[in-house]
Design a protein. Structure first.
Length: 91
């Protein structure tokens, strides 16, 4: 079903889109502020170069991700995993 919205810049404020689905949508350069995404699901999503600030990631799960260059609080995630592996017991 084609979108009734033509391409362009849109602003949504104080809006509930609960249960919405976004397929084959470009949100490059979009800004999300004070947005609730609890229990949302992301699959085959490009997040290259995005920035998350003041984000609650409790109970979040990331799987099958390319983490090249990704940092958490300024530390490369690949370095965090390498340090973690060194502390794991052998066997």
């Amino acid at each position: 079903m084609p979108s009734p919205l033509p391409p362009g810049k849109y602003t949504f404020a104080d809006t509930k889109l609960t249960g919405s689905e976004f397929n084959n949508v470009c949100l490059g350069g979009a800004k999300f502020e004070n947005v609730g995404m609890e229990n949302a699901s992301f699959h085959d999503v490009g997040l290259k170069g995005v920035r998350f600030d003041d984000v609650n990631l409790s109970n979040a799960s990331i799987a099958n991700a390319n983490l090249t260059g990704m940092t958490i609080n300024g530390v490369l995630v690949t370095e965090l995993f390498a340090a973690y592996e060194k502390t794991r017991p052998i066997g």
